[in-house]
Design a protein around this ligand. Structure first.
Ligand SMILES: [Zn+2]
Length: 379
């Protein structure tokens, strides 16, 4: 008992000095925990007193210098990109100038959203370019991303006419023999006659002719090849600009297959003065301009063998006389219309060519620099 009392007193004394919790004397039961502080006094926080670290040396006081302390480089923190509208980039730019042509190929555009995802497939284009009509056209490109953000870009397409070569005055007394509606049964014989006199002529061909292989021979022997028609069916050809183009281009393909070249000269079926096309008012006037804007030249005639009638005359000498009388006497250029399906008209050349050569005439094939002889257009 004396030991317990002594232990208790010691404990009290000790606690008053250090606030430590009494440890029971070994072998004794633990005494109830006692705090030395009076109950109404505030309990000081045990961490309030700074405990100097015995192991760390105290940092030296920062030395003040005049040098500014460099800002610490901030760590690059990945921040999400702000969502912005998609971007459309027009291939070929906002201003595009193209030559009048049968077709227009849009150089297109590329679109991406703000994350770089390709949206090109979603681009919608509004507006139309009529490629054969000279003028200005507006195209609008729009695209919408997954979140409904939209972008728009505009392009102006300017269709300009193709510059045609200058016409060169031919020598005086030049005759251009021209043959429509072939090749036909007698075109080979006609080529023989022309070869015999070393005369070059012009063939305005029909694409669907069963004799179209003869186009190759005519071309190889130095004659000019021009487009006349593929079908020569007026009711279809002049139904619309597009119908005319389709017929024209089909003939161009035949010529290209035969000669390896596309031609830029043509003659309207029926000539530009035809009235067969009146079922479509104004079509010839429109086509005459459009075709020239696209770089083609059409040729009518100012002389004729008058051999288009079917069956027509079977008198070779009659055609010969007509040819002689139709040639320009004043030395100005003559473009003669003949049709190679008419054998009598063709045979008359065996007389007409020697007559013309003897009288100082020169024969030339038509090309883009030849004198442009146009009839009056009625439609
Ligand atoms: Zn014809």
């Amino acid at each position: 008992m004396i030991r317990r009392m002594a232990s208790f007193l010691l404990c009290i004394l000790f606690l008053m000095g250090s606030f430590a919790v009494c440890q029971p004397v070994p072998g004794e039961a633990a005494a109830p925990a006692v705090t030395a502080a009076p109950t109404d006094a505030p309990t000081p926080a045990p961490t309030a007193e700074p405990t100097p670290s015995p192991t760390l040396p105290s940092s030296p006081a920062p030395t003040e210098t005049l040098e500014p302390t460099p800002e610490p480089t901030p760590e690059p923190t990945p921040t999400p990109l702000p969502a912005t509208d998609p971007v459309i980039t027009l291939t070929g730019g906002e201003q595009l100038t193209v030559n009048a042509a049968f077709a227009f190929t849009d150089p297109g555009a590329v679109a991406r959203d703000y994350l770089g995802t390709d949206l090109t497939d979603r681009i919608a284009v509004e507006g139309t370019v009529i490629p054969y009509l000279v003028g200005e056209y507006a195209l609008t490109y729009t695209v919408t991303d997954d979140d409904g953000r939209r972008a728009e870009a505009r392009r102006t397409v300017t269709v300009v006419p193709v510059e045609l070569p200058q016409v060169i005055d031919p020598p005086p007394k030049t005759i251009y023999l021209t043959f429509d509606d072939g090749p036909a049964t007698y075109t080979d014989a006609l080529l023989d006659t022309l070869k015999q006199y070393d005369v070059k002529a012009t063939f305005f061909v029909v694409g669907r002719s069963p004799y179209r292989d003869v186009i190759r021979r005519a071309y190889e022997e130095g004659h000019s090849i021009g487009v006349h028609s593929y079908t020569h069916e007026f009711e279809n050809i002049y139904a619309s600009e597009e119908a005319f183009f389709a017929d024209f281009l089909a003939t161009e393909e035949v010529i290209h297959r035969q000669t390896g070249q596309y031609t830029t000269i043509f003659r309207f079926p029926g000539g530009s003065a035809n009235t067969i096309s009146l079922y479509n008012p104004g079509i010839i006037s429109r086509l005459a301009k459009i075709m020239e804007d696209m770089g083609y030249r059409y040729f009518d005639w100012n002389a004729s063998a008058k051999d288009a009638q079917s069956p027509g005359s079977d008198n070779i000498l009659e055609y010969y006389s007509t040819l002689v009388s139709t040639v320009k006497q004043d030395g100005s250029p003559t473009i003669v219309l003949q049709h190679d399906p008419n054998v009598y008209s063709i045979r008359a050349l065996k007389y007409f060519i020697p007559w013309a050569l003897k009288n100082g005439y020169t024969f030339l094939p038509l090309d883009m620099t030849s004198p442009v002889i146009h009839s009056r257009i009625y439609n």
